[in-house]
Structures are given as C-alpha cells and as structure tokens.
Design a protein around this ligand. Structure first.
Ligand SMILES: [Zn+2]
Length: 155
C-alpha cells in the first residue's frame, strides 16, 4: 500500500515506524504492484539466463529452480530475453545491479547495454531512495550478485 508523504508526516513516529517495518515485508520489485491480488512475479536467474514466476510476496531473492543459485524478483513489466541473447541478458543484469527492478513509472527502459549507464545516471535519485527505503532487501540482492560472481569464478 502506497501512503503519500503528506499523510506520513501526520502520523506519530511510532505508527510511521510500524508502517515502514510492514512495508519492508514486501519485496521492492513488488512494492508498486496492485495490492489485494496475488500476482505471479518473475524472478530472473543471471546464471541460467532464465526467469520463472512465483507468487512470493515476501522475498526479494529466491533460489533458482534450475541451478539452485540466487534469482532476483523483478516487476511484472520485466520481459525475459531469449536464453541465447547474451547481450540482452547483460543489459538486464546491469540494470538490476544498478538497482532498477523494472518499475513501470521510470518510462522506457534502455534497449541496449550501452544505454544503461545514461539511464542509471538519469534515474540515480530514484534508485537511491528505493535502496534507502528497502535497505535490507537491497542488501540481499547485492549479496545475491556476490554469490553469482562466486559461482562464475568457479565455473
Ligand atoms: Zn539458475
């Protein structure tokens, strides 16, 4: 549930804190999805270059059913590239590493890896605010990328 800032300011510190804690239970990629419905959300595995859908409302990272490594929850706006399309998967990974989980209201997402840097700079404020608000979950996502890196250096 999205509560506007003006409304939050009127709350007691205690109530605001409770609200913030409750909000942390929702993975960041699902934060802006309509509430009250159970949607399937895509989770992307950058090791397998596959995505699978889960109804999870609680985790930002889930084990990939294919390789057991970490897969990262993205919004329903995410459309997985073909497994063979290495360049598109590299683009998606760069975006997610920069903290962009395919939220709809950032407009058009980059079409190529080359455009990711400019897009990330343009929307840096937004990404920083999301990370600050859902720090624990973003730390989980960052730990997932550490694990992905470890798995790559082994194979
Ligand atoms: Zn996998």
């Amino acid at each position: 549930m999205q509560i506007p800032t003006w409304q939050r300011r009127k709350m007691s510190a205690e109530k605001r804190k409770a609200l913030e804690l409750a909000e942390q239970q929702v993975p960041p990629a699902q934060k802006f999805a309509s509430q009250g419905y159970t949607y399937l959300h895509p989770f992307a595995c950058f090791s397998c270059r596959k995505s699978f859908k889960r109804a999870s409302q609680t985790r930002a990272v889930l084990p990939c059913p294919n390789c057991g490594g970490p897969s990262i929850g993205l919004t329903r706006k995410f459309k997985p590239p073909k497994q063979s399309d290495l360049r598109q998967w590299a683009k998606v990974e760069a975006l997610v590493r920069n903290g962009f989980l395919f939220w709809g209201h950032l407009g058009t997402y980059p079409e190529t890896l080359r455009e990711v840097e400019a897009f990330s700079i343009r929307n840096a404020g937004f990404a920083i605010r999301q990370r600050h608000r859902d720090l624990a979950q973003f730390l989980e996502i960052e730990a997932a990328f550490d694990e992905i890196g470890r798995r790559r250096s082994v194979t």
